[in-house]
Design a protein around this ligand. Sequence first.
Ligand code: PLP
Length: 487
Amino acid sequence: MDAMVLDRDNPATLTEQIVRGLRERIQSGGLAAGSRLPSIRSLAKDIQVSPMTVVKAYDQLESAGWISREHGRGTFVKERVKGRRDRGATDWQLGLIDGLPEVPEVAMNPVARGRVKVDLSNAVIGEEMLPMSGLAKVLESFARRPGRLLGHYSPTIGDPEVLAAMGAYLNLDPAELLVTSGAQEATYLAGRAFVRAGEAVVVEAPTYVGAIECFRALGVRLLQIPVDEEGLRTDLLAAACENYPVRLVYTMPSYHNPTGAVMSRRRREHLLQLAQDHRLVILEDDIWSDLYFDGPPPESLYQLDRFGHVIYTKSFSKIVSPGCRIAAVAARGPFHKRLLLHKSALDLGSPQVTQILVASFLQSGKLEPVVAGLRTRLRERYQICVEELNRHAPDGLLWFSVEGGLTLWMRLPDGVRATETVRELSYQGLNVLSGDLCYATEVLGPHVRITFSHPDKDELAASVRLLCETVARLSQRERSASPMPTL
Ligand SMILES: Cc1ncc(COP(=O)(O)O)c(C=O)c1O
């Protein structure tokens, strides 16, 4: 084996350098399969490290499958196994990962994969109800202007065409807007730009799973404040602001996901007052406000805000195309520039192609009729769910009445667990969301969420019946299995 030289000024530890050096020699063939490695003592002496350092390096190489130690005979390079090179190539990461900031995995919905036939777990509107043919026409026209779409970067703030079209649709000043790759990116940017170490973010309880994931990844302290029929409990938020360093409040005032609650005008005003009193940043996720059944919700927080506390996000994933991942973000004053700088650091700007696709569709004037059609279809489907629930819901299964959006939040009878319900349903081919996933901290009772945007009405009705039957069975089982109280 050729001599190994260690660099004592290198930030990599001596063990890491030995591992790398030996692995490279094995990969390049310098150390052939079956050849004997120097003994611990002799290698330690040659490269002037302690024997313990060599032991650690050999341990790592052995556990990664590069070498084997045979008692009484020595240490040998192992035969190359097909595919091992790929596996071994990333082993160095294991030593690094503990020191990196963690992005916790949001617990997955426990479903029986492969068996699910009807999926009511995702808050999406399927392609059957979205303007696919309108978008396809726009896409066809793209071939005529490839340079405009593919030949250059979009400005970080967004393409001027899409900013103008979004401003017109949302009735907002385009100068206050920027484009992001979905509302999820906007949530990340707001958390990144405005929350410092030690400060807390308030989310609603329950809330949107993706927001929990985002704030956890940012490593901020999360507090949750319950939602009732009037939206976020601002009385409890007021108390939290007295006791914690709250900086940002993430809220969905209109057709909140998952409960569907609409924040009353009174609470909206109270929230803005609290923002003023405590210098809060409010992140308003206005994803569903167009999807009302009978009349629109109250004015957005952004429209009511006079002092620049609110950052507003409007995703076009739900009403135009999830595949485009385009959202509008609005902010006033220095916040706008701050978001823009963070957006620039993150991705320099969203893809031009999807921006222009959304802009062209907005300009075509076809979004209004699409949204009007969605309102009718969602209202019909919600009514189907309510009729089935009225007929079949067992005692203790309660649901939150809604006036828009597409999610239905149900409280399970006492003793019936959400994860168990989700699992049982998935075995029967139906996927719903476990409410446990919607809490950032303590789970406040057993719930499940369904989305009623499913295109097939009969399948939707049958799914709600199946849910009722399953919950009834679990509830019955729970009642008959309840042990005598013990001390
Ligand atoms: C409440 C809410 N906010 C944000 C998002 C993410 O939207 P986007 O696709 O624009 O990132 C979703 C997606 O389900 C959502 O339900």
